[in-house]
Write a protein that binds this ligand. Structure first.
Ligand code: NAD
Length: 520
């Protein structure tokens, strides 16, 4: 288990490499604000409950000043040619390469991901930086055939200005970079409000990227304000100075954010909760299906928005596939992510543990049978940690209340089906629509899943699980997941305002649709 000297040694190494201290500032507005006179919050490690540091919080006045400064930076940054902005993002990506290990381990200490997943989080930032560099030379606008003689009609894309980014704890830096690097090559400046549960990762990341800007003689472009309970987040939602707000978090919080942004007729990108399912058919490769479902349901202790929360299993597989999955659940190693061989780390905090326990009570009270799991674990050497046993539950109606909710904990509901139509009906009956998967080698089943009567989600995977998206595709989901798209493909367009331009280079003034208006 997390023996405390190992934990302390890792912490010391990581803090030294990243320039973190026991007391850190949670507000960067071009410089790190002194903590004096500002409230502080402790950040605890979910691995063993140890206090990692204390963060000084940003107040409303700090925030206001920060947004003003961000607009000043925008004046300068938006005038830099896009390919040159790309070069700066390339330098940031290069700098991040030097911090894969230490920043990745900070993610482990602060949110409990395994080190390989922590490194993956930083790798994702590097990947999106590479993508953004390429994009900086490809911000294409379309030329359209004009119906009028001697007229040119085309589209161009301008930055919005200062873009707000609010992130969830579970992707403490990667999701910010999806937004920030794409927004930056377009010419925007970014104000980030991270989750207080992952404030240290946000602080360390902000430090690294702004150092690069300093070295290039550029103004600050990546601002940061840590709050405690969404105070700054609320302020950002209603702040007319942020034409675009990108929000990642739960459906519940997203609903409030969307209402506040909508009230001021601002734009939002909403990346909200999922309730993702994997369908396993009799024509699946069972080895691939087993690994795909296990990874999807268990990785990151089921704290991914794309975690597999529902397994839709054909009746004929109940006696073959299910016992193997139960076996995997019984044998997967739960514990401190700093220990070798551990695949399932802790939940983020005690509230998440309570949510796990309450969900199981509710499931059992409505007819669910626990096949494996259902216990809060006290692990020797990691006593203050938030560990739970991965749980499989069978016997619930697919549309029962608890199955339709996203419980951010390792609980997988097993739902049976007999026909493919029934599998799709079960699949689509939840309010969320983020990720989906089918395991099948049957072309007809696969294509039906990908057709309009199949998955209703933003992401549809075949013979690979619901979790683990690449940055090249546009990421996001439908229905209560909010409809936002981030990361690759043409998701960049959300960070730009489209301008349709008409130029008359002729000697006449012809009007569209043949309208005449002769004032002579
Ligand atoms: P959360 O909704 O509790 O918090 C998200 C962010 O909102 C945090 O920064 C929080 O401080 C802030 N916040 C809280 N109250 C606010 C308010 N009133 N106004 C504005 N901001 C406020 O979510 P969480 O527990 O940090 O993260 C888990 C959730 O995020 C899950 O539902 C998960 O599915 C979702 N998520 C979605 C995606 C996606 O891309 N779709 C990615 C990661 C996480």
């Amino acid at each position: 288990m997390a023996n405390s000297s190992n934990f302390q040694a890792v912490k010391d190494r990581v803090f030294a490499d990243l320039g973190l201290y026991e007391q850190v500032s949670g507000l960067y507005d071009g410089q790190w604000l002194a903590g004096e006179g500002r409230p502080r919050v402790p950040v605890y490690s979910p691995i063993n409950g140890e206090r990692l540091a204390e963060v000084a919080l940003a107040g409303e006045e700090d925030y206001d000043r920060m947004v003003e400064r961000a607009w000043v930076s925008f004046e300068e940054w938006s005038r830099v040619p896009a390919p040159k902005r790309g070069k700066v993002v390339r330098a940031i990506g290069d700098r991040l390469r030097a911090y894969v290990e230490s920043l990745g381990l900070l993610v482990t200490l602060e949110v409990g991901k395994t080190p390989v997943e922590g490194r993956g989080e930083v790798q994702e930032m590097i990947d999106i930086a590479d993508f953004a560099v390429g994009l900086s030379r490809q911000l294409y606008g379309m030329t359209i055939a004009s119906e009028r003689q001697s007229h040119r009609l085309y589209e161009q894309w301008h930055p919005h200005g200062v873009v707000g980014v609010i992130t969830a704890f579970n992707f403490p830096c990667a999701v910010w970079s999806w937004n920030a690097f794409i927004a930056a090559v377009i010419g925007n400046v970014v104000v980030w409000k991270p989750s207080p549960d992952s404030a240290l990762t946000a602080i360390a990341t902000t430090n690294i990227v702004n150092d690069v800007l300093d070295e290039h003689g550029l103004p600050p472009l990546f601002f940061l304000a840590v709050d405690e309970a969404g105070e700054i987040g609320r302020r950002m939602s209603s702040d007319r100075r942020l034409p675009l707000l990108s929000f990642t978090g739960s459906v519940q919080t997203g609903r409030e954010v969307a209402a506040n942004v909508g009230e001021r007729l601002g734009r939002s990108i909403l990346e909200l909760g999922g309730n993702n399912a994997a369908i396993v058919t009799p024509d699946a490769d069972m080895e691939i299906a087993l690994r795909g479902v296990a990874f999807g349901a268990l990785a990151t202790a089921a704290q991914r928005c794309t975690t597999t929360r529902r397994l839709i299993l054909h009746d004929s597989l109940i006696d073959s596939f299910l016992p193997r999955l139960i076996d995997a659940y019984q044998n997967v190693r739960v514990g401190s992510p700093l220990e070798p061989g551990v695949l399932v780390g802790p939940l983020i905090n005690r509230k998440a543990v309570d949510n796990y326990s309450n969900a199981i009570v509710r499931a059992e009270s409505t007819g669910g049978q626990v096949l494996v799991g259902n216990s809060v674990l006290e692990l020797p050497g990691a006593e203050g940690g938030n560990y739970v046993a991965p749980t499989l539950i069978e016997g619930l109606a697919p549309d029962s209340e608890i199955v339709c909710e996203e419980t951010f904990a390792p609980i997988l509901y097993v739902l049976r089906y007999s026909s493919l139509e029934e599998a799709f009906e079960i699949h689509n009956c939840v309010p969320q629509g983020l990720s989906s998967a089918i395991f099948s080698n049957n072309l007809r089943e696969v294509e039906a899943f990908l057709s309009v009567v199949g998955s209703d989600c933003g992401l549809a995977n075949v013979n690979t699980g619901t979790a683990g998206a690449e940055i090249g595709g546009a990421f996001g989901g439908e229905k209560e997941t909010g409809g936002g798209r981030e990361s690759g493909s043409d998701a960049w367009k959300a960070y730009a305002r489209r301008q349709t331009v008409t130029v008359n280079y002729g000697a006449e003034l012809p009007l569209a649709q043949g309208v005449t208006f002769d004032v002579r």
